[in-house]
Design a protein around this ligand. Structure first.
Ligand SMILES: [Fe+2]
Ligand SMILES: [Fe+2]
Length: 494
């Protein structure tokens, strides 16, 4: 079978290009993440390669290196360069590339360009196949594709392995790989929708990366006349520059993110529905995501729970983002898009509360015990903050799907006793479930200080006691899976 070599370390780009090509051409795609492994592949297999599609930016200079490699092996394999839409560097005219395609035009342009060197599938072939294959490893890397997924038993028989709303775990992957499954399939009827969502994901991540560019924050700098606010914006820009050079620490990112949340709350009052809130929110999410791999182990998070009454809302939101990503990781969900959804939801889930002290309460019953500390307006604001948080995120441009759902479900409970919808585990989304468990853990970790103030020392403040307290609540669905992986993680650590 003809082969196309794809070089990119950008997962969303890889997913989109794979689907576009598998849908239109009868080819095998060889995916490589680094220029070194791609070059090695070219040297050994150049006779079989129909064309090379290479990202020029991730890894840096990828397409340029591939063009040089083909020259070195004296091959005429065409190299198609995939370029960032906002002009970070360019390929000089004397570079031998067959064609350049900008990443935001892949859906329209790539088939045309590849069609010059590969023969397109006829519509009859497509109709006969009824399904489009993609490598199973891609499903693992993506966590979820938002469409029903199948494996093929024989020419006619396909079996569904994943519902559109479900997430694929490492355990699932291992199970199917052990049976020799290499491809998963999506139905031909679902392909258009899937292409839209893959290209949406790619553009969503490109949009987010725009906020690592200081210009996007400097543009709104003049709107913050208050010296302190301006200083926070400057420190976000500095931190993003440091992150770019891998010089930002987890603690520093957490500290600046926490300050940034105060600014977001202020900006939300001052410029409702303006671009200021989302610009700062996206920059803050990027900042927190940039150091996520340095976050302390879940067990050591107990040491991180230092907060004052005034900064509880900010501090618990930042800690929550980090814990959400760690729990998702334990489930085998590692994609940047998944982390983006969880981090953005964590930053904004309580931002619309009128009184930040309300962010300590998990439900209506525990708020009612302290009802005399709040006025009627504040209590109403608590009851509506999930809905208002959802509306805020929906007003943003290019936010990954389901982020609004995580925010709107964050006070639901697995047993249906939460609010506002009183839905139970069966209706709470997979990421919503991760978020609720992470939020319970953050509340547990941070309640230690309150308990110590009140001289209650009966509880052991560690993961085992948290899990034991929640064992009967997390009995079903994704909650059960989360409980199991956290328990296993604890056992493996002890
Ligand atoms: Fe909340
Ligand atoms: Fe919260």
């Amino acid at each position: 079978m003809n082969k196309i070599l794809l070089l990119t370390s950008d997962l969303n780009l890889k997913a989109l290009v794979n689907l576009v090509l598998q849908y239109n051409f009868d080819i095998e795609i060889i995916n490589k993440k680094s220029a070194a492994t791609a070059s090695d592949y070219v040297r050994k297999n150049h006779a079989d390669i129909k064309c090379i599609i290479a990202d020029e930016h991730f890894p840096a200079g990828g397409a340029t290196k591939m063009a040089k490699e083909t020259t070195a092996v004296e091959s005429t394999i065409p190299v198609i360069a995939l370029m960032d839409p906002f002009g970070k560097g360019s390929i000089s005219k004397d570079q031998i590339v067959f064609s350049k395609v900008t990443k935001d035009t892949i859906l329209e342009k790539l088939v045309e360009v590849v069609g010059e060197v590969c023969i397109k599938k006829t519509s009859q072939i497509l109709q006969d196949e009824k399904h489009v294959p993609m490598k199973l490893e891609l499903l693992l890397e993506l966590d979820s594709v938002g469409q029903d997924c199948y494996i093929r038993l024989n020419e006619q028989k396909y079996v569904k392995i994943l519902n559109k709303k479900e997430y694929f775990s490492k355990e699932d992957f291992d199970k199917y790989s052990a049976k020799g499954v290499i491809y998963f399939y999506v139905k031909l009827d679902d392909v258009d929708e899937l292409l839209e969502s893959f290209s949406g994901n790619l553009n969503t991540m490109l949009d987010l990366s725009m906020f690592s560019r200081p210009e996007s924050l400097n543009k709104i700098r003049s709107k913050f006349s208050d010296e302190e606010d301006g200083a926070i914006l400057d420190s976000i820009v500095d931190a993003l520059n440091k992150a770019d050079k891998n010089k930002l620490s987890y603690d520093e990112a957490s500290h600046i993110s926490s300050q940034s949340l105060s600014l977001i709350r202020k900006a939300n009052h001052k410029f409702a529905q303006g671009s200021e809130v989302q610009n700062i929110a996206k920059a803050t999410v990027l900042l927190s995501l940039s150091t996520i791999s340095q976050a302390p182990e879940l067990n050591n998070m107990f040491e991180k729970a230092v907060s004052s009454e005034d900064t509880y809302l900010n501090d618990h939101s930042v800690l929550l983002g980090s814990i959400c990503c760690q729990i998702a990781g334990l489930l085998g969900w590692h994609s940047k898009l998944t982390h983006y959804k969880l981090m953005m939801a964590a930053m904004l889930h309580d931002i619309t509360l009128d009184n930040s002290k309300l962010s300590r309460y998990r439900g209506v019953p525990d708020l009612m015990l302290d009802a005399d500390q709040f006025n009627e307006g504040e209590i109403k604001s608590f009851l509506s903050h999930t809905e208002r948080g959802k509306e805020l995120i929906q007003s943003f441009r290019m936010i990954p799907p389901d982020t609004d759902l995580i925010i709107s479900q964050h006070h639901e409970r697995p047993d249906g006793t939460g609010f506002p919808l009183k839905i139970n585990f069966s209706k709470i989304s997979p990421l919503g479930s991760v978020f609720i468990v992470a939020h319970d853990l953050v509340s547990f970790i941070m309640s230690r200080e309150k308990a110590e103030e009140n001289k209650q020392k009966k509880t052991e403040w560690n993961m085992v006691s948290f899990l034991n307290q929640h064992r009967f609540l997390y009995q079903n669905g994704v909650f059960k899976d989360i409980f199991n992986v956290m328990w296993k993680h604890m056992v493996n650590k002890s």
